[in-house]
Design a protein around this ligand. Structure first.
Ligand code: SF4
Length: 90
């Protein structure tokens, strides 16, 4: 049996890491969300409406920065945020 070796370029690796960091910074504020479904229509690969009537961020999807920023700008109640990680002050 032959194994498949996939080589990923440095540029691709950097892009994947950047997108993974972006996902960690995403927050969806359920208390603000009015369930209008605009995010799901703009970016259905990343957002879905849950049984509670509010948007959810889908698991296992690594966001595209430009598409995500468009959704953030479009949300009528600013329920989607990118949170900057605080640096330790020692
Ligand atoms: S666009 Fe904003 S308010 Fe509308 S469902 Fe998505 S997160 Fe909620």
């Amino acid at each position: 049996m032959y194994g498949v070796v996939m080589e990923v370029s440095e540029k691709t690796r950097t892009e994947i890491l950047k997108r993974e960091r972006l996902k960690k910074k995403m927050r969806l504020l359920k208390e603000k969300c009015i369930g209008c479904a605009l995010c799901t229509s703009l970016y259905p690969d990343l957002f879905e409406i849950g049984k509670d009537g509010h948007a959810n961020i889908k698991e296992g999807v690594i966001p595209d920065e430009e598409k995500l920023k468009e959704v953030i700008r479009s949300c009528p109640v600013q329920a989607i945020k990118l949170i900057e990680e605080k640096k330790n002050k020692f």
